[in-house]
Design a protein around this ligand. Structure first.
Ligand code: HAM
Length: 420
């Protein structure tokens, strides 16, 4: 072992498990590609102020969880804790919203960083696949994104996830609701920190997981009863479109989410096999965010799905993904001439699209065959001087153990046939 270990709250993705992560990322993104979302990649860090203004000064993410640094030139930067603010910043900076084709639909995949208390499913470095549809107010767009996430989970074979849905209202109806909620909360028996939260971000109190707080929240005013007509109609349309698409959801009046930019539609996907870190993905509409970071009015909606937690959810359900074999053919040369011949053959096989590997490092037959078996290959190609003198190599089926000579110039075609 080296003197060093990965930092607390992080872990390495290593083979063979890393193949599952790649497949999950790919599966989460595939429905987006089919729905007109283009790939965007933004830097791993941004100006701290972008997240402070975008995600919200009073959120846990901004107050406690950002990895920040000051450059030698005095610029304040933060490792990105989430993708929405960065993607919107990029769309505005590159004037994507001015190209005349709204909504601008973007997807992304990458690493995010939050200084959280690590536990299973909650890491300081984690991975998301996300999507943002920028510049359109249309319930069908909210429904589209939710349906795409559901389709992505289903394509992986995930079954035991639930969709929680809520509306947080807009700038017309939220202020009156906020005031009503504050009045209710101020009369409760709460600790000082929670009292402070009532003044800054009262909706977050609804999300408090502590039993002594939850107990007192019975009878709290709900956003549902304070939605203006426009928000009510909008939400009803989202619900109808989801129902028509066969997507089941649960109305959750207390779903607030941990980021301040949300308006109207908010949703979360939870998986019951994950314990306390049950949210596998989440998102919603953020109609005011563009203006909050200095842009024009651009109503938008998006989501991010956690790759790490999706992998844990698959494990919890016992779903094994069908992954392409890392190695299909393994070549075992015996002697110098065989090394040259089989090395060429391996190169040729790879060029034909066959996953092939080679016994490097001059291993003896026994060790090389062990490596062939460990590689998971279906076939081994074995050749010694006598085989080459006869113009053949031995093709061994590693499942049945059967072995037969195949003419050198027929090997590629024969393997192509056997591997289908
Ligand atoms: P979020 O709910 O903070 O939303 O994160 C989305 C998902 O990322 C979570 O549901 C979870 O699966 C995963 N995740 C978050 N934190 C961690 C962690 N510490 N360890 C492991 N997984 C984690 C957002 O980030 C918003 N930007 C989503 C969005 C996009 N809203 C609109 N557009």
């Amino acid at each position: 072992m080296s003197t060093f270990q990965a930092p607390k709250g992080t872990y390495d993705l290593i083979p063979p498990a890393s193949a599952t992560y790649l497949a999950v990322r790919e599966a989460l993104a595939a429905p987006l590609r089919r729905a007109g979302y283009g790939y965007v990649e933004t830097p791993g860090f941004e100006h701290t102020e972008l997240f402070a203004r975008g995600v919200g000064e009073s959120t846990d993410i901004v107050t406690k969880e950002m990895f920040t640094l000051t450059t030698k030139g005095g610029t304040e930067l933060a490792l990105r804790p989430e993708g929405t603010a960065s993607v919107l910043r990029s769309a505005l900076e590159n004037s994507l919203h001015k190209l005349g084709n709204l909504p601008v639909k973007l997807w992304y995949s990458g690493s995010y960083y939050r200084y959280e208390r690590p536990q299973k499913g909650r890491y300081r470095h984690f991975s998301q696949v996300g999507a943002e549809a920028i510049g359109a107010e249309d319930p069908a767009l909210d429904a589209e994104l939710i349906i795409l996430a559901v389709d992505a989970y289903k394509s992986l074979g995930l079954r035991n996830f639930r969709l929680l849905l809520n509306s947080l209202g807009d700038k017309e109806c939220r202020p009156a609701y906020r005031a009503a909620l504050q009045d209710f909360l101020r009369a409760l028996d709460l600790d000082d920190e929670t009292r402070r939260r009532i003044e800054i971000n009262p909706l977050r109190v609804l999300d408090d997981k502590r039993a002594e707080v939850q107990k007192q929240l019975t009878g709290a005013p709900l956003m549902r009863d304070h939605l203006c007509e426009a928000c009510k109609a909008y939400h009803e349309q989202v619900r109808e479109l989801l129902t028509a698409a066969g997507v089941a959801f649960e109305d959750d009046d207390k779903l607030v989410r941990g980021l301040d930019y949300y308006t109207r539609t908010t949703f979360e996907f939870v998986h019951d096999g994950l314990g306390s870190q049950s949210a596998v993905g989440g998102g919603g509409r953020y109609d005011g965010l563009s203006e909050m970071i200095g842009g024009p009015a651009l109503p938008s909606v998006g989501w991010a799905l956690g790759v790490d937690r999706t992998v844990l959810a698959l494990e919890a359900e016992g779903v094994e993904l069908e992954l392409p074999a890392a190695t299909q053919v393994y070549a075992v040369p015996l002697g110098e001439e065989a090394r040259r011949t089989l090395f060429s053959l391996v190169t040729e096989l790879r060029r034909e699209g066959v996953a092939a590997d080679f016994a490097f490092g001059g291993k003896g037959l026994k060790n090389a065959m062990k490596s062939a078996n460990r590689s998971g290959a279906r076939f081994a190609l074995v050749a010694g001087e006598r085989d080459l003198a006869g113009g053949v190599v031995q093709l061994k089926d590693l499942e049945s153990g059967e072995q037969s000579p195949v003419a050198l110039d027929a090997v590629v075609a024969e393997l192509g046939r056997r591997l289908g």
